[in-house]
Write a protein that binds this ligand. Structure first.
Ligand SMILES: Nc1ncnc2c1ncn2[C@@H]1O[C@H](COP(=O)(O)OP(=O)(O)O)[C@@H](O)[C@H]1O
Ligand SMILES: [Mg+2]
Length: 380
């Protein structure tokens, strides 16, 4: 198996994170609330979807698991809509008792529920529609139905990119009300890449969900221990084509790519698949491979930049070229900016941060995607 990029990883392809997995699983099986957070592209979704959820289902054979991705939700209605679709899927994969289904279809009557069981496979197909005013089932109502299920068997709710509800007026308080109504032992895992927004929802004493859940950090590959394991992970794949990399060069590679697994996989995949590298990968190969990966991704980056404003592109490029930026409000940074007022610059930074395009770390603001950063350095 080569390096996997851009999709969720099967469980066995997730490097590191054993400790994090054990911790999240223990809490999930124990009916707790968990907040999983970490930078983009560090394996959160893979871990939840392909390791935690299957393990939960293995333990609770009749369990119901709702997995919903809330990335980019724009309204309370769109949250409800995503949860409705996820609920349909969750039910189709579970084995609800007949009495539960009867009760469910009765209580959701205005949404024209439809349940049928395939006589051959025994699989359930369940659908709910919109009511006569075209309104979708409020998510609180679906949570209620999950609660009913949980009282018979077991249920678990997983909400990925959860912080995106923070952008929507009243969604936080509605979500809190819905979460508070759940039985104390119904597992809820929320996960997200935008730490500042997650903490906005959970941390402040007056925030609607203050003190909710146990935090689990999914780290990037900064520490020696994680790097050693990543080194082994890379060499196992490289050895298929008789390539090898020393720990020292691996460290340089990971440094150059901001400790992000996805970026490391992208560059390593190029090294493995292109056939232009000799046995021992050295630092010069790393530079070449990063530049080639940047070129390969060029068209995709252009597409992506086309969706941004010129101001956003300018600020993003300046951070790529001059970052980490310790104080975007400082004179030094503002002097670099062309024709954008300081207040507009702050707004752009906020927006970029809210979309997880940039992160504020101890050293200052940097781009979330190190390969995009390199692209902007070279091409803009
Ligand atoms: N722990 C890891 N081991 C190997 N590859 C990883 C790991 N974490 C992330 N990746 C890479 O990042 C990509 C995205 O992973 P994903 O689980 O979607 O991350 P997240 O949900 O944190 O953004 C994967 O396709 C893979 O290339
Ligand atoms: Mg994810």
């Amino acid at each position: 198996m080569g390096f996997i990029v851009g999709v969720t990883l099967p469980e066995r392809e997730i490097c590191n994170l054993e400790m994090e997995r054990d911790e999240i699983l223990k809490l999930s099986l124990g009916g707790k609330r968990v907040v999983v957070y970490g930078q983009r592209n560090t394996g959160k979704t893979s871990l939840l979807k392909n390791s935690i959820i299957p393990a939960f289902k293995k333990k609770y054979k009749k369990g119901l698991v709702l997995f919903v991705d809330l990335m980019g939700v724009t309204s309370i209605d769109s949250i409800s809509e995503r949860i409705r679709i996820s609920f349909q899927e969750a039910l189709s994969q579970s084995k609800p008792a007949k009495s539960y289904l009867v009760n469910l279809t009765n209580s959701l009557k205005s949404f024209r529920p439809n349940a049928s069981i395939d006589p051959i496979t025994g699989n359930l197909s369940f659908s709910i529609g919109l009511d006569k005013n075209d309104v979708s089932v409020p998510f609180s109502m679906i949570f209620n139905k999950i609660k009913d299920y949980h009282l018979q068997h077991r249920a678990m709710i997983v909400m990925d990119e959860f912080q995106d509800i923070a952008m929507i007026q009243e969604a936080e308080s509605k979500m809190r009300a819905a979460l508070q109504d759940l039985p104390f032992d119904l597992t809820v895992v929320v996960s997200g890449s935008k730490k500042h927004l997650l903490s906005k929802i959970f941390s402040p004493a007056n925030a609607p969900l203050a003190n909710w859940g146990i935090d689990i950090l999914i780290p990037n590959i900064e520490s020696d221990h994680y790097r050693q394991k990543y080194h082994k992970y890379i060499n196992e794949k490289f050895s298929q084509k008789k390539l090898a990399i020393s720990l020292e060069v691996t460290n340089d590679l990971i440094d150059a790519l901001g400790n992000i697994p996805e970026a490391v996989n992208t560059v390593c995949s190029h090294i493995l698949e292109s056939g232009i590298y000799d046995k021992d990968i050295n630092d010069q190969d790393i530079i070449t491979a990063i530049d080639k990966s940047v070129e390969e991704r060029g068209p995709r980056f252009e597409e992506y930049l086309a969706k941004m404003t010129t101001g956003e592109i300018e600020v993003l490029t300046l951070i790529a070229k001059h970052g980490p930026i310790t104080s975007p409000k400082g004179k030094k940074f503002l002097r670099l900016v062309n024709k954008i007022s300081p207040s507009a610059v702050f707004k752009i930074i906020k927006r970029l941060e809210n979309n997880a395009e940039i992160y504020s770390k101890t050293k200052g603001y940097t781009l979330a995607d190190p390969i995009l950063a390199r692209y902007l350095q070279l091409k803009r």
